[in-house]
Write a protein that binds this ligand. Sequence first.
Ligand code: PLP
Length: 387
Amino acid sequence: MTYLDHAATTPLRASAREAWLAAAAELGNPSSLHAAGRRARAIVEDARERIAAALGADAPEVILTSGGTEADNLAVKGLHWGRCAEDPARRRLVVSAVEHHAVIDAARWLHARGDADLVEIAVDAAGVIDLDALDTALDHETSLVSVMWANNEVGTVQPLTDVVALADAHGVPVHADAVQAVPYLEVSFRRAGLSAMTVSAHKVGGPVGVGALVARRGLPLESLAHGGGQQRSVRSGTLDAPGAAAFAAALDAAVAERSAERARLEALRSRLVAGIRTAVPEATVTGPRDPALRLPGIVHCVIPGARAESVLFLLDAAGIAASSGSACTAGVVQSSHVAMAMGWSAEDAACTLRLSMGRTTAEADLDAVLAALPDAVARARAASGAR
Ligand SMILES: Cc1ncc(COP(=O)(O)O)c(C=O)c1O
């Protein structure tokens, strides 16, 4: 199989699997006081230290979660509610229009139930947020700004330094979803000046169902899960020692190979983009042209008339796993809110293709997709009546 869907999930690393198995062989609830519990607790705390070190944070700032989705929800709802509890005038929640659904849907949910006034910051054609619009949305009534470090559909990297500087001027905390950034960019929570940051294990070769919210101490963060009071009562629930150990192992490996992988994928990306332009001239490759402003492993295009579900089905039949980059309901790809925010029509935004590369991607994978793509696109366009 040609696997070009690393942004969705990337293969589990052997080191992560081994760390998981070793920790899973230990008996004991990490919150129990006996020796077995203390051993399990030591595994969790060692993992927390390593995750913190890899992310430029302090261990107590790392709140382990069931993944990126939970961490995003905790950040958006927990911080918004916490800031409103401190001052009910702070009702304005500010997010970019291209956030992952875990952020944007959480924000829209808060708005729909009357808990927040929501401002979605527009982006330009390359997916970069409008800093002037952000500045306008910031004042003493703003609860939180959530702007992702790098986008999962098109790979655009946001100007977070500017976002943090603008928010700091009004004392507003910034949350960044760094799920896609961590594998390829120098991510330091401390240096970025963020208040909160989301990470997920399965994007760096760890297991699915493990992640973390890195959150500065002293933030007003309301809990979403009440229970045993674990993790400073912010996130109750029995600690997942094997998951934490595997996440730490995967993250260590990802950080160690990050800059070499970035250069390698950037070269593959150039080849893939050139190949797409020749093989499918009607495709528009989206996102910033400057490599410094995008992730190296994502190639996202809009192919008018070629509906994503048809192209993906035909590529799958040719042994190629790819994605549209956006959500899918009952086998039909929804128009991507990211592509629409970048100025594409709803129709074109349902005709997206995301090829995402990772550490197992080789030249042969590019050859395979470039060979299969023209026919898949032609057939998809014929099926939809496009010429
Ligand atoms: C940018 C981004 N945020 C959040 C998530 C959700 O993470 P998880 O799958 O760990 O819930 C993803 C996963 O696709 C993502 O790409």
